[in-house]
Design a protein around this ligand. Sequence first.
Ligand SMILES: Nc1ncnc2c1ncn2[C@@H]1O[C@H](COP(=O)(O)OP(=O)(O)OP(=O)(O)O)[C@@H](O)[C@H]1O
Ligand SMILES: [Mg+2]
Length: 507
Amino acid sequence: MFRILVVDDDADLRLSVASALSENHYHVDQARDGEEGVNRVRAGKYDLVLLDVNMPRMSGLEALKEIKNYDPSIIVVILTAFSNVRDAVEATKEGAYNYLEKPIKAENLVYIIDKAIKAHKMIKDITLSAPVFQLPNGTEFVGQSNEMKKIFSVIDKLARVETAVLIRGESGTGKELVAVALHHNSPRKENRFVTVNCSAIPENLIESEFFGHEKGAFTGADSRKIGKFQYADGGTLFLDEIGDISAAMQVKLLRVLQEKRFTPVGSNREAEVNVRIVAATNRNLEEMIKKGEFREDLFYRLNVLPIQLPPLRERKNDVEILSTYFIQKFNQQHGKNITGISADAMALLKAHAWPGNIRELENVIEHAFVIETTTQITVESLPETLNHLDATARKVALGLTRSANLNADLDFDGDESEQLMAAGAEDIIISPEAIDSAPAIFSLDIAKLDFQASKEEFERQFLISALKAFKGRINQTAIHANIPKKTLLRKLEKYGIVAKEFIQPKK
Ligand SMILES: Nc1ncnc2c1ncn2[C@@H]1O[C@H](COP(=O)(O)OP(=O)(O)OP(=O)(O)O)[C@@H](O)[C@H]1O
Ligand SMILES: [Mg+2]
């Protein structure tokens, strides 16, 4: 059972908090001041402490430090009078999870505690990821969004077959991880997984890199060398950045794919191999085919089974679980004990567009690790890149978590983070700078009550307002209004809205 300690010098408050929590099946104990609180924490096993700020003998902030020193994994929620909110903010820097303003409403209390427990559990549970996959030690494939669940089930199926797979997606979306997962869950897993980065090998060496060479085949070839195809025999060959290989190599590659044979450079004997090909690219191969830069026949050979990884901004739902995973990973690597992310910092992470996808998120968390001095990642330790949000959007992102946490009055019925983004988007659209230019979104004309027409009218007005708010910038509008860019473009075309018309000339 989850054990909670309420520390406050106000007996009435202790009692009402304790009874509200007991009703919700928590085990609750009480302490009258900071010192008694700390002593009780040391003596008993508490998962969460509710801590008043102003108390005799030892203040809440001092008690917080003692508690976090004793066991950083104990969640602390500060109870504070409105006039002391600054202290409470200070406390979140010292590792408090969040704060509640007095007078305390039972439903807010229970809401925050439920959320804290959830966040805490994520950090504790090492196996975060749904997948059943085998991966090399220390690697995990993490994701809980519907998009990633689909990818997991595709990997699961494709791992068992022999056909070539083409993995596509923006930089940093996890293409290499998919390739690794395909191999480690295939019948070939006892054999090698060999990676060739096609963009990193000079053109004059690539053929020998792929197929090997005989001694003396060319200047500098002073001994016989086995190529990557042979080295991967029986296993998987991962051709990374396949969009970057030359026309000549495309022909040779096509031949191996068709015939499973090749000739090492300088040899007159063909070699036979049994490799499974997995290729990846972030380039638009269809476009390259049109321009004559990529062979269509090779494309069809590789693209038999495509996997398209969605960018992180289209699965914001994964931001929290990925961040938690990276915290765990870096705790081990850096020998630290960071126990979580403050609610404000998480709001900024969720609002960011992540052009560098998961690699960027991983870097941001590592950066925070290096500079964070408290036991949780706070807004202060996030890098400047997250400040790409303009002042209004940033305020909305931060303000929104506060109000969601404290009032618990946002009626989320589905996935919470996505709802939060959607709510954020609306708030951003009615940001002060947009208010004078944007019309009120949609008014219902009872005389012409028609669902389809109304929906379209709403969409049209919504898009116009959103474009106005983001000054005609398609990417910004798509991100903040939580619409996939493609959908946005399609809808703009449908309604004949021209984004350029909303661009404001620089003053
Ligand atoms: N779902 C995930 N769970 C855990 N870690 C992930 C996930 N997706 C990506 N990563 C991590 O993010 C980083 C970038 O992933 P990866 O190298 O696979 O991307 P990529 O698509 O190959 O990028 P690029 O096109 O730039 O080569 C890696 O450290 C990888 O382990
Ligand atoms: Mg890669």
